[in-house]
Write a protein of this length. Structure first.
Lengths: 157, 391
């Protein structure tokens, strides 16, 4: 207790203050993951009449194995660039893949004539605009406050 | 010619990305410098050259909901590795069948299709999809690349996605034209006649967990060739059957990935060199490559590749004895250690370099050529540095 720093701790911090700080830290700890989880949402254009997709369906769509919605509308997939944090988060949390895996798959599809791959946009604003303006579009956003898009719940199976 | 193609593609690329309709265009341009030292595998007399060019342009047009047409033309220059020039890489009708029984879906390609039975075969000419510009020669033997790349015929692919597994089953049947360069690899540069591929029959199966972190597979190939000699020819009429069995494994982690393919290839020749000639040989080999991803821009690679052309003669001593000493024993095998590095400058631009240390030369030149020994030392090296752009 003779060292200056410890003495400052003992005298400067009352018990109640210490408790408040602890509570604040705990609240932050609980809030941060929730904020991250709600920051990423799979969204579709308003023309797409569905509210949920399971992970298997999403993987089929984002790897080019499913190209039409059940009503026959063409699916157009929009994504951000590989090094974008939101894209990385989407790959890891939703598809449970690594961005470079997807990127390689898309290159294989594009350069061997197997189909049409997602359209990469270079900014978040461009992504939202493309999702809002393209019939049958699917992608992701970092917020669920955009009213012109339909949010899709992601289920395991 | 090469410069004109590069300029034309660069001009096109600006308009290409806007394609969001039923018609889309893509392409790639790549130019490098390269050298082989102590071997004529890529360049002669150890020359450093720009004979490393790959340019491609493709189109995909959706004719109806599940029917499309796809094609790609490319220009390739790989030094001595294969014939320089423009090729029709693929051109086929793509028919997708989204719903079959028990949740399976299918894709049918009719026309000039790409071989999708091996890890890199489907986009072998696209530099952005490869670890190295010279692929492991055990599996991706450049001397016979055009036949292995694709064929004219039909290919079907069946896939099944479930909560835990992804299955893919491929089958194809077709044939390819054999150019003189490939004939020389098969029968030596004294052959003057024509080789015809009667058919190539391939099948493969791949399994992946739903996360696609693993890819395990097996493939089978069977192909028949016939040779019709020219009027003045020191080769006789004959035929050859090639059968290949391969095992494939690939694993993706966040910061590294590993790929491996193992093969066993049997070649059964009849005629060709003497009226009653018959010989069956079995080659074996494979490769393993590990890529470490330092960050989203930089990655490094280490690889090992090995092949013996006759598994009963792994050190080539019988080959040397049979040839009366004119073919050195090291032409019976080929072992390669590779180091590589990649810099993704932007999402569309990449700089990639590699260095290979090689012992043996069984994939350098046809063992039926004259003066085989002059084509490679026992130990030789090659390297390349390649700048590539895609759109």
């Amino acid at each position: 207790m003779n060292k200056p720093a410890l003495r400052w701790l003992a005298t400067g911090f009352e018990y109640a203050t210490f408790l408040k700080v602890l509570l604040l830290l705990a609240a932050l700890a609980f809030c941060v993951p929730k904020a991250n989880a709600s920051d990423l949402n799979v969204m579709v254009n308003e023309s797409v009449m569905l509210s949920a997709l399971n992970r298997t369906e999403l993987r089929q769509i984002f790897t080019g194995h499913r190209q039409y919605w059940s009503d026959g509308t063409k699916i157009t997939v929009f994504v951000l660039q590989d090094n974008d944090e939101l894209h990385k988060q989407f790959c890891r949390e939703v598809l449970q893949m690594f961005p470079y895996q997807l990127s390689r798959l898309w290159d294989q599809i594009t350069y061997s004539g197997q189909g049409v791959t997602p359209i990469r946009v270079s900014s978040y604003e461009e992504l939202v605009e493309a999702l809002e303006g393209t019939k049958g579009a699917i992608g992701y956003v970092g917020s669920d406050e955009i009213v012109k898009l339909r949010r899709v719940e992601v289920s395991e199976s | 010619m090469r410069t004109k193609i590069i300029i034309a593609l660069c001009m096109l690329s600006g308009a290409v990305n806007a394609a969001q309709s039923d018609f889309s265009w893509h392409g790639y341009v790549s130019q490098g410098i390269t050298q082989s030292q102590g071997s004529s595998f890529i360049t002669d007399n150890g020359a450093v050259t720009a004979e490393l060019t790959e340019i491609g342009l493709n189109g995909y047009y959706r004719l109806a909901e599940n029917i499309s047409i796809a094609g790609q033309v490319n220009y390739l220059d790989g030094g001595n590795r294969f014939e320089q020039g423009t090729r029709l890489d693929y051109f086929f009708i793509d028919w997708k069948i989204p719903e079959l029984a028990f949740g399976w879906k299918a894709q049918v390609h009719i026309g000039r299709y790409k071989n999708r039975h091996w890890l890199y075969s489907v986009t072998r000419d696209v530099p952005q999809t490869r670890y190295t510009s010279v692929l492991p020669q055990s599996v991706y033997f450049d001397g016979f690349r055009d036949v292995a790349l694709g064929s004219n015929g039909i290919q079907t692919s069946f896939s099944h996605f479930s909560t835990n597994n992804i299955w893919e089953v491929n089958w194809s049947y077709g044939r390819s034209a054999i150019n003189d360069s490939q004939r020389d690899f098969l029968l030596g540069n004294e052959a003057r006649g024509k080789i015809k591929q009667e058919f190539v029959h391939q099948a493969s199966v791949f399994w992946q967990p739903s996360s696609m972190k693993w890819k395990l597979g097996a493939s089978w190939l069977n192909s028949d060739f016939t040779y019709s000699p020219a009027q003045q020819d020191n080769r006789l009429a004959g035929n050859s059957n090639v059968e290949r069995i391969m095992l494939t494994a690939q694993y993706f982690a966040e910061n590294w990935e590993i790929s491996s393919e193992l093969l066993r290839e049997t070649q059964d020749n009849e005629g060709l060199f003497a009226p009653n000639f018959a010989r069956k040989t079995r080659g074996e080999g494979g490769f393993v490559q590990v890529r470490y991803i330092f960050n989203s821009e930089f990655s490094g690679l280490i690889g090992y590749d090995t092949y013996v052309s006759d598994e009963s003669d792994p050190d080539g001593k019988k080959l040397e004895a049979m040839s009366g000493g004119t073919i050195p024993a090291y032409f019976g095998y080929q072992d390669t250690v590779t180091l590589g590095a990649r810099w993704d400058i932007t999402p569309k631009w990449r700089l990639q370099g590699e260095y290979h240390w090689v012992e043996g030369a069984t994939r350098v030149v046809s063992l039926l050529n004259n003066n085989v020994a002059s084509h490679a030392d026992k130990r030789w090296e090659m390297w390349s540095l390649q700048l590539m752009y895609k759109f």
